[in-house]
Design a protein around this ligand. Structure first.
Ligand SMILES: Cc1cc2nc3c(=O)[nH]c(=O)nc-3n(C[C@H](O)[C@H](O)[C@H](O)COP(=O)(O)O)c2cc1C
Length: 398
């Protein structure tokens, strides 16, 4: 049987997609005070009109202390009208819309949020220079409930897909990682215990929404730091989620926003730009040796999670979304041949929101993003997240 055409219609759980391309979550920096703005809508309209099958609204927090910083949207009633307007606008283009649902755990900036971050275990935060407290039983019950309520809110807003964030050292990932989880109770120790929160949350969300929408999880193929989630642990989680039937697909990521963010992206670390735009406390951290190693570079390679992703393909039957350094039509075709179901792109679409249309029409066979990563620090800029290389002209072309 020949491999599916990446630009032809497909399904994701109960959702029909016009093609197999996904805009990966890239925090938009367009929600001052946690409100949906026209700028956020325009951001997603650009990639939706640009041909993507599914666009992902980045990081929506289930609780106030789970925000990465104070401008992140919290999934509560007051967010409903804005999220509905956003979903309606995207769906009118023929694209579908996903919301990334999560709790940042130790990646939350407690100082910015005005409420202390929490994680599997107590630890100092390199982001806020505060102590992160250990989540109590009551916290975990409350947060699980908050995932369910947040999921329901997004369904009411008309979202098609819920992406549960289980990677990058966010809360669920901080439980999975043995180096971040030193608990002695039923949430720590053996992998079965460390996976408990991930499984509990996914099951509870599935129970709430059934097959009204698709549920995906962004999982780690390896965190890339000592004490982080290993590839084998990521595989075990994938198998557990498959056995639970709680998700419709997995998006394969890696790295840690807390310990080694560049492992997520590959390519040059934009240390100078980060130092210029991050809040003063973080800026101070970046000038220290620890801060600098926090932003060490990893060489860029097209489809850099490929080898590990193939191991996931062999280990589970669940639909898989390949992510990480996908910029070319031939890579997408190779992914389809290898049995991946969808391909997701972050930076390539920040650089060229209409890339999918151009690739599908054969007007190009590769994107022009150079992986300089200077888009990363723009998430903290006044203008919001953009490609500083040619952001203006690219958006104007749509
Ligand atoms: C500016 C920027 C912001 C990002 N924000 C998020 C985020 O909020 N949540 C998330 O899971 N990943 C985030 N990512 C990671 C991307 O989803 C993706 O995993 C990564 O960019 C690798 O894909 P790519 O090579 O196609 O860019 C972000 C990436 C960039 C460049």
């Amino acid at each position: 049987m020949s491999a599916p055409d990446v630009f032809a219609p497909a399904t994701l759980g109960p959702i029909a997609l016009r093609n197999r391309t996904v805009k990966a979550a890239t925090f938009e920096g367009a929600t001052p005070d946690g409100e949906v703005t026209d700028r956020l809508i325009d951001f997603h309209l650009a990639v939706a009109r640009g041909g993507v099958g599914l666009t992902t609204v980045a990081y929506l927090s289930v609780a106030p202390e789970g925000r990465t910083h104070r401008d992140v949207i919290v999934l509560e009633e007051r967010a409903l009208p804005g999220l509905t307007r956003l979903a309606d606008a995207v769906k009118a283009t023929g694209a579908r819309i996903a919301g990334q649902v999560g709790h940042a755990g130790p990646v939350a900036n407690g100082r910015s949020n005005g409420v202390h971050a929490l994680a599997a275990s107590r630890m100092p935060s390199p982001l806020s220079m505060q102590m992160v407290r250990s989540a109590s039983e009551a916290d975990l019950a409350r947060i699980t409930r908050a995932y369910v309520d947040g999921a329901r809110l997004l369904v009411r807003a008309g979202f098609d897909v819920l992406e549960l964030h289980m990677a990058h050292s966010y809360l669920i990932s901080s439980f999975l990682a043995p180096g971040l989880n030193r608990r002695k109770d039923a949430w720590g120790g053996p992998l079965e215990h460390r996976m408990r929160l991930a499984r509990q949350v996914a099951r509870a969300v599935r129970e709430e929404v059934g097959d009204e929408v698709a549920i995906t999880a962004k999982v780690s193929t390896g965190d890339g730091f000592k004490g982080g989630v290993t590839t084998d642990e990521g595989l075990a989680l994938a198998q557990a989620l498959e056995a639970d039937r709680s998700v419709d697909a997995l998006e394969l990521s890696g790295g840690s926003s807390l310990m080694n963010p560049m492992y997520l992206f590959r390519g040059e670390a934009p240390v100078k730009e980060f130092a210029a735009t991050m809040p003063w406390l973080v800026r101070t951290g970046m000038r220290t040796p620890v801060g600098r190693s926090f932003l060490r570079s990893y060489p860029f390679q097209e489809a850099y999670f490929w080898d590990r992703a193939v191991r996931f393909r062999e280990a589970v039957d669940l639909p898989l979304i390949l992510l990480g350094g996908i910029d070319r039509t031939d890579t997408m075709e190779r992914a389809m041949e290898a049995g991946f179901d969808l391909v997701a792109m972050g930076r390539a679409l920040l650089r060229e929101p209409d890339l999918v249309n151009r690739l599908a029409a054969g007007r190009a066979d590769a994107g022009v993003c150079v992986h300089c990563n200077r888009c990363m620090p723009t998430i903290y800029s006044e203008a919001g997240t953009h490609c500083p290389v040619i952001a203006g002209p690219t958006l104007a072309r749509i």
